[in-house]
Design a protein around this ligand. Structure first.
Ligand SMILES: Cc1ncc(C[n+]2csc(CCOP(=O)(O)OP(=O)(O)O)c2C)c(N)n1
Length: 371
């Protein structure tokens, strides 16, 4: 067993894992009550992978994940209030209410999202690492993705380039055993995922993703090597998602017995038991950690409920597209030396040939949603 960190740190890991668990349980409830639109992917069961890996990072390092990223935002320090508000599509959400569950983002904390495209974050991670080297910093990028994503073209392309260009990225494949309803052995010819980058020049390591101590210790080693050698590594974190792929999943691809076996290894009670056995906390403190997490999530829901929806006239803020096929008055003009993003062009009058659709113009006049 890897060593326990000092007591304050050991406690913080349990607090954060518990907070992520309680947050996601409540997010699921809020989804069922139609407070949350779009998709909702929970990482319940994967908390040790999330906390153990993120705590091995420095604050200046980058973390980039997938559409299963509520926990990643929270572990990086994004207040749960702003994560819940994002789920609710409210203006105080960490992405201004525009992204929803799959697009959490917090640049101040170097949490770079939140991506709906499976494998879409890998090339972006390479870009972040290239930027770190270009700027001459020691920063490392931790890129997490699922076992299913390791079959995407972006996996091979990015690992090859990262090895060739010696980019400081730790690629962490969160092997939760399934890509949607397809089990690992049915979707990947190579199931020893830590070896999947070898032919591309990216050596691998493995950690027990149900054990926060092992995850932390392996990731510390991987990150230190990548930071010093400026070349990529692949780490496989072996874990399990206790809930369905998303909220609409009949889970016909696995048995209740299998889920129960993994649940018996639930990383939060297991780590809590260890802290009690080692005398880091007592049962009362453990109870209090849970009570505080629940109270914080209550506050997050209250905050999200009170937060307004973004105003209708901000609909095209942060829209940065204009070409011959998309010539809306609200978009950036690539031919204009004084480009204005959506939020600025809202103030501008439409240019020749660009017309504000009548429906939109009425909505703006009345401050209503155009839809
Ligand atoms: C390019 C692309 N193809 C397909 C999908 C649909 N899709 C969403 S999640 C998912 C499974 C991905 O599984 P995995 O990478 O193992 O991550 P996990 O959901 O287990 O966290 C698929 C196929 C998508 N979002 N993007």
């Amino acid at each position: 067993m890897a060593d326990l960190p000092e007591p304050a740190i050991a406690r913080e890991w349990l607090q954060t894992m518990t907070l992520i668990r309680r947050f996601e349980e409540r997010a699921g409830e809020m989804y069922a009550r139609a407070k949350v639109g779009g998709f909702l992917h929970l990482s319940i069961g994967e908390e040790a992978t999330i906390v153990g890996s993120a705590r091995a990072l420095r604050d200046s390092d980058y973390l980039i994940s997938t559409y299963r990223s509520h926990g990643h935002a929270i572990v990086r320090g994004t207040p749960p209030e702003n994560v819940m508000a994002e789920l609710f599509g409210r203006a105080d959400g960490c992405s201004g209410g525009r992204g929803g569950s799959m697009h959490m983002f917090d640049i101040a904390r170097r949490f770079m999202g939140g991506y709906g495209i499976v494998g879409g974050n890998l090339p972006i991670a390479a870009g972040l690492a290239l930027a770190s080297d270009y700027e001459g910093t020691e920063d490392v990028t931790l890129c997490t993705f699922g076992d299913g994503a390791s079959n995407q073209g972006t996996f091979g392309e990015t690992l090859n380039l990262a090895a060739l260009w010696k980019l400081p990225v730790v690629f962490m494949v969160t092997n939760n055993q399934f890509g949607m309803g397809t089990a690992l052995q049915r979707h990947s010819a190579v199931t020893d995922l830590q070896r999947k980058g070898e032919s591309l020049g990216v050596p691998g390591m493995r950690c027990d993703g149900m054990d926060v101590l092992d995850t932390y210790s392996v990731l510390c080693e991987a990150i230190a090597r990548v930071r010093a050698e400026r070349r990529p590594l692949l780490v496989e974190a072996v874990t399990y998602r206790f809930r369905g792929h998303s909220m609409a999943d009949p889970e016909q691809y696995r048995s209740k017995e299998e889920v129960a076996q993994w649940r018996a290894r639930d990383p939060i009670p297991a780590y809590g038991d260890l802290l009690v056995a080692e005398g880091v906390i007592d049962e009362a403190a453990r109870e209090q950690i849970d009570t505080q997490a629940i109270a914080r999530v209550d506050a997050a829901v209250e905050f999200a409920e009170a937060s307004p929806f973004p105003p209708a006239e901000s609909l095209y803020d942060d829209v940065y597209v204009l070409d011959s096929s998309s010539t809306g008055w609200y978009s950036v003009r690539t031919t204009d030396p004084h480009q204005a993003a959506g939020e600025q062009s809202r103030e501008l009058s439409p240019a020749d040939g660009d017309e504000i659709p009548q429906q939109m113009s009425d909505a703006l006049a009345h401050g209503e949603d155009a839809a």
